[in-house]
Design a binder for this molecule. Sequence first.
Ligand code: ATP
Ligand code: MG
Length: 433
Amino acid sequence: MALIIKRPNGTEDVIPKNINKWNTVENTARDVASMYGFKEIRIPTFENTELFQRSVGETTDVVQKEMYSVIAKETKFTLRPEGTAGTIRAMMQNGLLNEAMPQKVFYILSCFRHERPQAGRLREFHQFGVEMAGSSLPSADADVISMANDIINMLEIKNVELKINSIGCPKCRAEYHKALKGYFENKKDKLCDTCLSRLEKNPMRILDCKSPVCSEIAKDAPLILDYLCDECSEHFEKLKSYLDNLNIKFKVDPKIVRGLDYYTKTVFEFVTTDIGAQGTICGGGRYDGLIEQMGGQKTPALGFAMGLERLILTMENQGISFADDMQCSLYIAPMDESIVPYAMKLAAELRSSGLWVEYDTVGRGLKSQMKYSDKLGAAFTMVLGENEINEKKAKLKNMKTGEETDIILDSSFSKHFSDIAIGEMFDEVLENI
Ligand code: ATP
Ligand code: MG
């Protein structure tokens, strides 16, 4: 027998019994996004590799180690490791940035990163993310952070801390980079190879290194907050006052620099302690230079992305319930094959009024049909035989209570059991479950 092929390491299947978890999270995120005026965008799964090199940045872990790239017909493509680059590219390419500002979009998509798989860290994972282009004001930062906060609250996730920081603009960062270089220079021989090259190109990246040795060395490094220019500092102070105004609790964490190169000024993370080491469920910030860096007109922008697997994991660990799937209203059990056409028609009728209705399609006997109906979790079962058809009467069995109710099947045959009473009665009985 042929060997069964398994899914690749670091990928996951979502089987039907778990899909309600995903629907709960995605529907909530969609609902909140629309309350903030964000519209959905869909972008390709892969882009030209250069897009990520130019936007995410050559000195980041993502570009240096984690991208899945292929050369196909001499062109280099990469599976998107994140959503911002492709989304901004699409906004530019489709002229959205020429429309009235701010432009606000959201996405739900899969991302691909070659990382070491562990709880909350996958090679294919999913993000809900938003991008807002066209505002340089801290009120925009507050609006976007408030939206992430609302999603987390609507999902009833607890034990989450919002951490914010400002990583300044290229102006104040020049000074800061000098200070960092000075600090790391005489500790050079202990840094990992990646950080050594970062020291030259982008020393701030060292602060984000996951190696325990580098993070130990980075502990006493100079803090960006001490180097902010007046404009960045004022922006940060205003944001903090806006968050206070919205009663959104936060902690300033000068250690947050975020993993991607394009951030300026505000960066933030929502972190939970309930899912182990990979506790960042949402990360975001401002990237005022990105659009220009990508060849567009200088346009301030910001956004965030939430890891859907981590949100779901947090909810599971916190015992939060997910919205239930639709319930099967009726299982129709035809006594034999000659009754199937009636069952079929009746099911069609009831489905057109929005009910989940099933009938036997595998040829089970009556007894095992009843068992199957129970397994389906059907609210009611109706046995249909010749008598029922002839007398236009049937019994509706409430599967929870076992109670049976007589119902009349409308005699007008051409309408095929279109007894409106059935629909009404269902509503009534369903309410009383
Ligand atoms: P981390 O520090 O955990 O590696 P990151 O800074 O690389 O995160 P971002 O690029 O900001 O993450 O992505 C936004 C969010 O996407 C993260 O906060 C996290 O919830 C989720 N995420 C990132 N990488 C993964 C992954 N490999 N598996 C699952 N979720 C992920
Ligand atoms: Mg990462």
